[in-house]
Structures are given as C-alpha cells and as structure tokens.
Design a protein around this ligand. Structure first.
Ligand code: B3K
Ligand code: ZN
Length: 874
C-alpha cells in the first residue's frame, strides 16, 4: 500500500465551497446525489480528482451537462474528471449498499434488517464510501442535506446542522432537510434514519442561543439516556465557564448504536455514540462506566470547538484535536469527580496502554511522520500521550495563561484547518513566550527517561538535585535535542513535613512546591538551608510523561506513601514500592521493600482519615502488563503467579479478620447512590473482597455469593461475579448462569459477562474462550462483542493469552483472518495484542513470531491489518 508522508503535504488543488446532498435511503441500496460547488486553487494546475470507494457510479454531470465516458476515469479509488473550471458545479449520482457494509464505515445498518436503523461513520475516510468528494480534512464546505425514505420504516430522519424543512412525499415516503452553516470537513458529516425514540431538553447557551438537546436510542434503551443528557448539560456549562465556548447550532443530537467501531464520533450537530458510552442505569452500569459515559459525552461535545470549529489540516495533526480534547475531557472529569483519583486513573492508563505501545514495534510520534492506513493511528500515543503534552503546556502557562492562549488559538483558527505549529504558536504568542521547543515532543517516539540524583552536604546545609534526561533507543534522529521537561517537585523532611524551597541565588523562597523546567541534557539544582538529607517528591501530579529513575530507599518511598499530600505522588510512591516488593519476591532478595510496602499500607489501612477510594487504589499493586515492562524476558504466567503472591502477602499482613470486618462495615451501607462517598466505599469494598480472596478464599467466596445475590447495582454485582468466577467452584458456575439469563436482553451487560470470563487466568482460558464463542450471543459482526470476548482475552489476560504452547497465538491469527474479511478496523485493533512479542522469553517469542509471520504471509490482508502486522513483525 502507498505510504502517505507528512513532508509531502500539498494544499488541495480543488476545494468545495458548498455541497448539496440528496439521499434516497433504503436498507439494501441507497442512492446519493451530490452537487459540489468547486473552487480551483489558481496556483495549481492538477485535474479534478475526487475520492470514492465502494460506489456504484450511476451518472456524472458537469455544469448541467451529462459527461460521456471519455471525460472521466474511475479506478475504484479516485475519480478524475476533465473540463472542470473554477466555479464549476459537479453533480454525481451513486448507489451504495448499507446492509452489506460489514466494515461499519460510510453508510451502514445497525441491528437486524427488519428493525435496525441506518447511520454513517465518516472519520477518517468514510465519506468517500458515500459519495465522490475530496475526502481530506482541509477541504471545508457548507452542507445542505435532504433525506428521503419510507415513513413507516424510517420515521426519524437526521443529519448534522439546523433542520430547515420536512414533509410528505407520495407512496408513504417523507423527506427532511438540514443546513449546516458552519463550513466543515467531510469527516464530520453524518446522517441517521430509522425507528428511534428521543429524550429532549431545552438549553440556553451563555451567549443566549436557545438549543434543543436530543438523545436518540432504540425503544428498549431510551429509558437509559437520562444520565447522558445530564452529563451533556454539565459539559456544555463547563465549556462556557472554563473556556468561554458556546454551542453554535439550534439543535444538538446524540444517537446511540450497538454497532460501532470505536467509542463515539463528534459529527457536527449529530454525535453518534457506541451505546456503551451513552446508556446507563444502576442495574446494568458500573461506577467506572458511569464516569466513562460522562467523560465521552463531554469529549465529543468539546470537539465542537477543538476539532470542528478548528479542525486539522491533515491527519498527521490528529493529536491537535484528540490530545487537546482528551486533555479538556480529563480536566472536566477531574472537576466533576475527584482530581487526584482521575489523575491516578489517567496515568495508570498511560502506563498500561501507551508506554508499551511506545516501547514496541508499533511506536510512533504523537505526530507521526507517515502512515499507510490512518485508522491505525487512533492510538494511545496520539490520544493519551498527546493529552499529556497539552497538560505540560497548560502547566507551564498556568490557568490564566493557558486560557489566554486557547482564546487566541480559537479566535485565530476558527473555520480553519490548523496545525500543531498554529496551536503552539497561539499559546506562546498570547503569553509572550516561545513554546516551539515543545514541538520536539511531538516528533519523537519512545518514553524519555528522567534521572534524578540527590546529594546532601551537611556542612553547607545544601541539597543538590541533579536532573538528567535521556532519549529512549527508538526516539529517532530528532532525539539529540533535549526536551523541555517540567518537573514539579517538593522536598520532605524525615518527619514527613514539606520543606520550604530556597534555590541558591534566588532572593525569595517559592513555597514548598515548584516547577523546574529541565531544558538541557543535565541540570543541577542547589537548595539551601536544608539541615538534613531530605526525600524528594518528583514529577508531582505526573508533570511530564517520562519514566523517572531515582534510587529511592524503601524507607524513603514508604515516607512519601505515608505523607505526600499530592494524592498522585503518594500513589506513585506506593506503586514504585510495590514494584520493588514484586522484585523481592521474584529474586528472593533481602531488600526490605516488601516489608516496607506492607507496613506502610497496614498503617494507612488503620488510619480513619483515609479516603476510601484512594485507599482502594493504594492497596492495588501495578498490573501484570506494567510489571512485564520491568522484565528482560517476559514470562506472563510467572508474572501472574508472582503478582498473586504479592497480593497474598499484603492481604496476610492486613489480616483476614480485619479485611472481613472492614468489608462488612462497607457492605452494610451498600446503595446505588452515585455520590463520591458511595462510589468510594464500593471501590474499597471490592478491593477488600479481592484481598480476602487472595489470603482466605474460603471466607471470601460465601461473602461474594451473598454480594452477588443482594447487590443493589451493577458495580457490586459484577465485582462479586468476578470473584466467584475465579473461585472455580459451583457458586461461580451458578452465578455466571444466573447472570447470563438475567441480562439476556441487555447487550452491554452481556458484554461484561463475556469479559469477566475472558479474563480468568491460566491454561483454562483459551478453551473457555472457545466455548464462549459458541454462545448464541457471540458474533464476529459486532465490535463490542468481539472486544468483550476476544479483545479482553488477548489484551487483558496475559497469562491466558501467552500460554507456553503458543496455541492462543494461532487462535488469534485465525480469528484475525476471519475478522479482516468483515471489518478491517476491528481486526487491526485486535492485532495490536502482538505488540511486545519481541520481549517474551525465547520459547513464547519463537511461537509468537511464527504465528505472526504466517499471518503476514497470507494474501489479501486489508491495508489496516497488513500495516499493523507488517510493523509488528519488524
Ligand atoms: N474522532 C473519533 C474517532 C474516530 C476514529 C476513526 N477510526 C472519536 C473521538 O476521538 O472523539
Ligand atoms: Zn476525540
């Protein structure tokens, strides 16, 4: 496949000022007429070329005259047309096949053909599956869309923009028209047609516009849309208050579908959501899922400015909208919930998903230099690392400075397709500072390392902190220039007090916390007036996405774990200590980390002042994937066992009696309330039950059985189900069967049933997954189902997937072949589970390599899967 390169960017030779679409909707064959008002770039002389795939071309007319076959050429990807001039009007008529579209890109059918509805997905390049168009984000046009369909079969017709008319047609058909006055790129186009119900609310923006908010879902789900509607209203208010951004159309539609390749899509005025991120009710939604719904609703809404009003010049700039919008979403969630817990969650995700990606064969810069399939670049790096880069900039400028910069960015680029340079330029200019050195972060792969070394000079009462950075091996050529790395830091005395920070040569002291930006390869900070060796707390709040190397003693980490008021760094100290404790167990070494970790947690466990949710997180050691990152030759089975042993040691230290007693106290006040305290006690009660399971499973299982039975909501029920399923006793099978039946009609709840079982560790996992594939509810056609069973197995069950005989590798390549023929995007995403195979111990590595190589050698792989497999193998 051809490789697209950032350095080859050319502005479009032809633009489309406005487009009129007329769509005759039908499940099997829909017809689309498109009228394009063309503008030619006078500086370029290229012929008119339009993208179009899987389109049956019915007719073409230029400036009102039908074109004969000699006047155009169509090779199945590009339509080239002779004779177009600046100001020409091109009309094409095409036919597409929604029900046959299993890739869920372009116009497709969600649900069964008798009852399902039609919808579109265009980002990144789906619009070319609907009509001929210059399908690139820097072509912005106004859209007028007319939909026509049978009224009984498609009573609801929706497209982005403001509704401007609707009416009846002959033969039981009807029509509806929508005009979007805001020029937009084609990837933001959307339509929806079918039998849908809605939930509505009137909203008035801060600048006075009356807006109708409507959430749409199928009849069985409309009762579960209330939470999302509330979340949407919160997000709209927040964006007004925090960024001064108002909504800009008269209607805002959000639609839920069960058939969707990703989380959700920010189409202008018509967001479309994977039902998993929109529907919520206490009986089937966990606390974590409620927060995801709130976050994704906000994320897609925030795109209206960061993405839609200001869009991307090309797909290399994807993080311009995604990193920025994830950052906005994270700040919103932090404001709505607990800021430190949110930070812990985000960094844990970064380490679980992005660090391994950045360390393996799929590593790429936040702004990649090249791709062959853009859909493969909606990655943790572009999203999560991209958000970390925005966070660094925001931290550097401070709240007011960042707001000033964002105001200038929006003002200057409104209605434009922008670049990361435009973004850094506006932020810097509004603050009289040059942020372009931060571009280096966008251009290199790999996670940089920050080395910190402290030295105390008792005679001079000075503490010198040497900071140094080094780029990882895969950073690429640009890595020779040092990065600006903001290091937020504090110093602790041995009694846990924070020390005032006085840098040598500075007149005033800057309080007890400050940010130092490391701009060189190395830098030494000298703090004066320091009586005794202090303990540094570095990268507070995770102020930069780096790996910290600092030779803490176990006692120093225990001190930070006990005293650091920065909730994130407190957790961080605990994680570092836990990782060291894990190494103690692994190596049988005599280091005291294991005792220090257990001892510090025992003290926090006994401390009544601790927040329940933070305590739950502190009591959780790093996951198996993160622990694997610290190993030379990875044996996932052994990592699983060692992590279990680590948890058992902690649980024994806390004591089964104490765990059970605390658990019972929390269980007694179980409710479905969603306030922070109730969520926190559910989180802690789950963790306590798991720890009890680790040290005294015979005591944990009956408690779990009772919890499963009496659970007032899904959080408690699912937590109990997972413990019971791991218990491998009759209660487990009974609970699973009960759940299967109880939620038979609830797709999202069933996904969790598949996922819980797909995560059960060890050798039994693969046969179990294969059995579950035979369940009547399993299908390769539904991305959520594939993700819940296969995705969970290959990505969240290392000891099951990486079985020593390699059988699961061959199982995965077999499924990838089948999936690729149906839905290349889903296949490609699943294939990323092979990332990291090079670091497996030799036996597994050889088996993984053989399986991947066999897949790579197959003919006819999609561009999506072909690119991932090709990259993974190299
Ligand atoms: N922008 C979409 C992602 C589209 C993915 C295309 N393969 C969702 C989001 O980030 O908001
Ligand atoms: Zn997004």
């Amino acid at each position: 496949s051809p490789v697209i390169r950032l350095r080859d960017y050319q502005p479009p030779a032809w633009r489309v000022e406005s487009i009129e679409l007329e769509v005759e909707l039908d499940i099997d064959a829909s017809e689309i007429v498109a009228r394009l008002q063309l503008r030619r770039d006078p500086a370029q002389s290229l012929p008119l070329r339009l993208d179009g795939e899987n389109l049956q071309l019915l007719s073409i007319a230029l400036d009102g005259r039908a074109l004969d076959a000699e006047a155009y050429r169509y090779d199945g990807c590009v339509l080239e047309i002779d004779g177009a001039r600046d100001g020409s009007m091109l009309e094409t008529r095409v036919r597409v096949r929604p029900a046959a579209n299993t890739a869920l890109e372009g116009l497709y059918l969600s649900g069964p053909r008798e009852s399902g509805f039609l919808l579109t997905q265009c980002e990144a390049e789906g619009f070319r599956h609907i009509t001929f168009f210059p399908d690139r984000p820097d072509v912005l046009s106004t859209y007028t869309v007319t939909l026509r369909a049978d009224r009984a079969r498609f009573p609801v017709l929706l497209a982005g923009g403001n509704p401007t008319g609707a009416g009846e047609l002959e033969g039981g058909r009807h029509w509806a028209r929508f005009v979007d006055p805001h020029p937009k790129p084609s990837y933001l186009f959307a339509l929806v047609a079918g039998r849908l119900e809605h939930l509505a609310r009137d909203y008035r923006t801060a600048d006075g516009r009356a807006v109708q908010l409507k959430i749409w879902a199928e009849a069985d789900a409309i009762g579960r849309c209330g939470y999302a509607l509330d979340a949407l209203e919160r997000a709209m208010r927040w964006d007004e208050q925090r960024y001064g951004r108002n909504y800009d159309l008269d209607v805002f539609h959000v639609v839920a579908t069960h058939d969707f390749n990703m989380g959700a899509m920010e189409n202008k005025g018509l967001n479309i959501f994977n039902a998993k991120y929109l529907l919520a009710d206490p009986d089937s939604t966990t606390d974590d899922e409620y927060r995801h719904v709130e976050a994704v609703v906000a994320h897609e809404y925030f795109h209206n400015w960061s993405g839609n009003r200001v869009t991307c010049r090309d797909w290399f700039q994807l993080s311009l909208k995604e990193g920025l919008t994830v950052f906005r979403e994270q700040s919103f969630s932090a404001d709505m919930n607990s800021a430190p817990l949110k930070r812990i969650e985000d960094v844990a995700l970064l380490r679980r998903a992005q660090f391994p990606e950045d360390a393996g064969p799929l590593a790429h810069p936040v702004r990649p230099a090249q791709y062959s399939e853009i859909n493969n670049f909606y990655t943790a790096t572009v999203y999560e690392k991209g958000a970390e880069l925005v966070r660094m900039l925001a931290g550097r400028l401070g709240a007011d400075g960042f707001r000033r910069g964002m105001d200038l960015y929006f003002e200057r680029n409104d209605g434009r397709a922008a670049t990361l340079e435009d973004f850094l330029g506006a932020l810097g200019e509004a603050n009289g500072t040059d942020l372009l050195p931060y571009l280096a972060w966008y251009g290199q792969s790999g996670t940089p390392r920050l080395r910190a070394q402290g030295h105390h000079d008792a005679a001079r009462r000075e503490y010198t902190l040497k900071l140094g950075q080094h780029a990882p091996g895969n950073a690429g050529p640009s890595a020779r220039t040092p990065l600006p790395i903001p290091v937020k830091l504090a110093l602790f005395a041995s009694d846990g007090r924070m020390l005032p920070l006085q840098l040598a040569g500075e007149a005033t002291d800057a309080g007890s916390e400050r940010v130092v930006v490391l701009e060189q390869a190395e830098q030494a900070l000298v703090f004066t007036g320091v009586e005794a060796p202090p303990v540094p707390s570095l990268l507070r709040g995770f102020s930069a996405p780096v790996i910290l190397e600092c030779d803490y003693t176990p006692a120093e980490l225990a001190l930070l774990l006990a005293h650091d008021p920065d909730g994130f760094n407190r957790w961080e100290a605990g994680q570092l200590l836990a990782a060291r404790a894990y190494e103690n167990l692994r190596d049988g070494s005599t280091d005291t980390s294991l005792q220090a970790w257990c001892g510090a947690l025992a003290r926090l466990f006994a401390d009544d002042g601790m927040d329940d949710a933070l305590l739950a997180d502190l009591l959780t050691p790093p996951g198996e994937i993160e622990l694997a990152e610290r190993e030379g030759a990875v044996d996932p089975g052994r990592i699983h066992q060692l992590r279990q042993a680590l948890q058992r040691t902690l649980a024994e230290r806390l004591g089964a009696d104490a765990l059970e007693q605390r658990y019972r106290t929390l269980a007694a006040r179980r409710s479905i309330a969603l306030d922070a305290a109730s969520q926190a006690s559910r989180r802690l009660s789950r963790r306590l039950l798991e720890l009890l399971e680790a040290c005294a499973s015979e005591r944990a299982l009956p408690l779990a059985a009772a919890q499963y039975r009496d659970a007032p909501g899904m959080t408690d029920r699912l937590a109990a189900l997972a413990v019971l399923a791991r218990g491998q006793a009759d209660e487990g099978e009974r609970a699973l069967a009960d759940y299967r039946q109880r939620y038979a009609g609830n797709a999202l709840a069933l996904d969790k049933w598949f996922a819980v079982q797909a995560q059960l560790p060890g050798l039994a996992a693969l046969p179990r997954v294969m059995r579950l594939e035979k369940d009547a509810a399993f299908t390769l056609h539904n991305p959520n189902r594939v993700q819940s069973l296969l995705g969970t197995f290959v990505r969240a069950n290392p000891s099951g997937f990486h079985r020593a005989d390699g059988a699961a590798y061959r199982f995965l390549t077999e499924r990838l072949g089948e999936l690729d023929a149906l839905n290349p995007q889903v296949a490609a995403r699943l294939a990323t589970a092979f990332n990291g195979w090079q670091r497996l111990e030799p036996g597994r590595r050889a088996l993984a390599q053989a399986a991947i190589a066999e897949l790579a050698g197959r003919a006819g792989l999609s561009r999506n899967l072909g690119e991932i497999i090709g990259n993974v193998l190299n």
